[in-house]
Design a protein around this ligand. Sequence first.
Ligand SMILES: Nc1ncnc2c1ncn2[C@@H]1O[C@H](COP(=O)(O)OP(=O)(O)OP(=O)(O)O)[C@@H](O)[C@H]1O
Length: 592
Amino acid sequence: MEVFKGLKRFYWPERKLLFASIFCLICTTALGLVYPNLLRYLIDDIIALKKFDQVPMLALLVVAVISVKAVFQFLHGFSGGRLGNKVAYNMREAMYEKLQYLSFQYYDQARTGDLMSRLTADLEAIRIFIGFGFAQILNVFLMIGFGTIMMFSINWKLSLLTMITMPFLAFAAIRFEGKIHPAFRSVRASMSSMTTAVQENITGVRTVKSFAREPYEVEKFTIRNEDYRMNNVATSQIWSKYFPVMELIANLSAVILLGAGGYMVIKGTLTVGELVAFFSLVWYIIGPMWGIGFHINNYTQSKASGEKILEILHQYIHVKDVEHPVVLSPDVVQGRVRFNQVTFAYPDAQPALHDLTLDARPGKVIGFLGGTGSGKSTIISLLMRAYNVKDGSVTLDGTDIRDIHLQSLRNQIATVFQETFLFSSTIRGNISYGRKDVTMEEIIRVAKLVKAHDFIMEMPLGYDTVVGERGMGLSGGQKQRIAIARALIKDPKILILDDATSAVDMETEQEIQAGFKEVMKGRTTFIIAHRISSLKHADEIIVLDKGHVVQRGTHDELIRQEGPYLDTYRIQYADHPDVAESSSSQERRAVQ
Ligand SMILES: Nc1ncnc2c1ncn2[C@@H]1O[C@H](COP(=O)(O)OP(=O)(O)OP(=O)(O)O)[C@@H](O)[C@H]1O
């Protein structure tokens, strides 16, 4: 029940619907009890006494009871359906919102397929249970309770005899519950592992095809599919083992009733009408007892689903606002960024950054160079507070970013990531993503700045062209340019380019950078690049190696000293002897 207590905030506001659905079901159940009594009356008071003129009245009464019962049944379905959908809607909203605010650390580990199955299959299980399952379980108790009272009112001895098997039935049902719950959990786990495989396969279809790994992918899927099948088989084995046992026990009741009841009728201690009424009452109790397996199954499934949903809803958010955060106002932000002796390690890992200190004044350009895994992206992750710095501090205009309202901090920053992600929407929609109120003129202006306007206009629908999922249909360089336009339109105080121009040719890169100079006047820019050409205009270049700063200075300073920067420079300009020559003479001058 803990799970349903945890989910209370979703269904409690809809309690009117919940109670209406339960009330209507109780009425339906109570009206169901009228039948056995009408039967008894028909046999004992009409047929036995040959008062056949009362039959039409009785028939009309039956029609009336059926009609009222049907109305209650409809109202139960209606309110239950509304309740389930309302609860599922509220939960879907809450889950989606939570997913928006979960930190980068969570997504480092999360599996998309698993999250998708929680948002779909698990929510569906809860919808059905809260909408109908819960009322039905309550109904089982009511039917058993009402039926038992009525049976005892007819003949208590026969009632006791017939009820003899019920504890065994209850025992079997409880054992069944104990086995089926873990089985369902495994089914759900294997289901989500299967969906993850499908999702990853579709996302990475280009990689799969280029490596001709289709057979391997099929095999990988087969293993998970097999696991899912085996779990389902194991679950149905539990069903098939317990169900016949439960059915046998239930039917024993009917056999005892017919034997003992028939004997009582012969002896004259029970009327035929009472026996017939008793017989339908027994089935009135056995019916829900039989269904108990289904309800238990429904309950355990939704309990397992509820656990998975709560796991997300209760997921700890690593990066969140302090109690009274500083809310930045864009007109006052200068954009001065400082890292003060920052050392940072990802969870359960060696430090990715050691003792970094930097001071980026507003309007300055800071470049980062270093081999893969040297910590460049980590620096910008810390700047946008994707992770909390524990050792040292990062400040913006003198305020520790941990004290700044997270959204207002990120509103000042625009990042172009290493991997370009575009939404499956129009080019116009993709460029204007970071801002609500943006005119077409502004979109075109930034597109021209990043040299994207011409290729966009060559497309059949221009800015209204819909790009495929993840920007399919565009070249790497085109995607990057759209991503840069998306960052620029945000008019940020701080611009971060994480290897953002790696896919465009050098000439276009220079043109884009010339465009930047104009837009980024008075703003702070961080550029991560592998190409010297992308960095050489930076006010300070920081060279990193395994998380340590190994060199820093301007381009001119760095090419005058031996070190990784000059090594990279030599490699990249090997094809340009004139440049290389001039650099070596500069170097020589520096040494002299
Ligand atoms: N999310 C993460 N969780 C755990 N470790 C990480 C994570 N991201 C990066 N690392 C590790 O931190 C170190 C620095 O990585 P980082 O991404 O900052 O390097 P980088 O210089 O940007 O590399 P590249 O040029 O290849 O992008 C690496 O050892 C990397 O494996």
